[in-house]
Write a protein that binds this ligand. Structure first.
Ligand SMILES: *Cc1c(COP(=O)(O)O)cnc(C)c1O
Length: 232
């Protein structure tokens, strides 16, 4: 068993228990492996272990890494996107999981339409209300959805959040709960299903799953400690 397979087995156990505590089916939670800071060979190890959802938070890093990966993965951009990197991002990523501003959404849509594509995306919500975090304020999200018809190149499939860091992840439970309630509100208001609730990372994924996460983004717990890299 590889190191990654051993970590994955532990994560699956923890995920199953967390799902069980809230009467959920653990198979309804997708694991995204966050490979930022790790080499392409790690991505291939993950693929060998059966994980094919790969999250990267920077366009440039993915651009360097992706050509060196041998296997077939679904590449997901989980970090903020600048307008001037949208074209590159659309070449590299299958999915954009952190749409955090109208201007970026509009640029993605414009380029997708020009390319004859519809890009599946998640809308990032700053559910913890921290000033340094990306994403729409929760109260601004319905307004965004009300204007979705202006973005024919996007298919919004859910919401994503990065919860504030807390020593005890119990403290951020209300943040995850707010996300679930927001999704329910959007379903009622706009009749949208929004299957994906991407929330929970290495440190807090169990609480996120208990509160309804359908996608968790795991870096250190699954892929291992990140080798030191500048700017992180
Ligand atoms: C780095 C990162 C993760 C994974 O973080 P870990 O704590 O290592 O699991 C998840 N989501 C986003 C947006 C990230 O940037």
């Amino acid at each position: 068993m590889s190191e990654i397979e051993a970590r994955l087995a532990l994560i699956r156990e923890r995920l199953e228990r967390a799902a069980g505590r809230s009467g959920r089916d653990p198979s309804q939670v997708v694991i995204v492996a966050v490979t930022k800071g790790h080499p392409a060979s790690r991505v291939d190890e993950l693929l060998a272990a059966g994980i094919d959802q790969i999250g990267e938070n920077r366009v440039q890093e993915a651009q360097a890494k992706k050509p060196e990966v041998r296997g077939q993965a679904t590449w997901r951009l989980i970090g903020p996107l600048q307008r001037n990197k949208v074209r590159r991002a659309l070449e590299l990523f299958d999915r954009l999981d952190a749409i955090d501003r109208w201007e970026v959404a509009a640029e993605v849509s414009r380029r997708a339409v020009a390319a004859g594509r519809v890009v599946p995306v998640l809308v990032e919500v700053n559910a913890g209300g921290e000033v340094q975090k990306h994403g729409f304020a929760p109260e601004a999200v319905p307004g965004f959805f009300a204007r979705l018809h202006e973005l024919p190149g996007l298919r919004v499939e859910g919401l994503m959040t990065v919860a504030p860091w807390a020593e005890d992840p119990e403290e951020v439970r209300p943040v995850f709960r707010r996300m679930r309630e927001l999704r329910e509100r959007l379903r009622d208001q706009f009749g949208l299903e929004l299957p994906w609730l991407s929330m929970g990372m290495s440190h807090d994924f169990e609480v996120a799953v208990e509160e309804g996460a359908t996608m968790v983004r795991l870096g250190t717990a699954l892929v291992g400690p990140r080798p030191a890299a500048p700017g992180r």
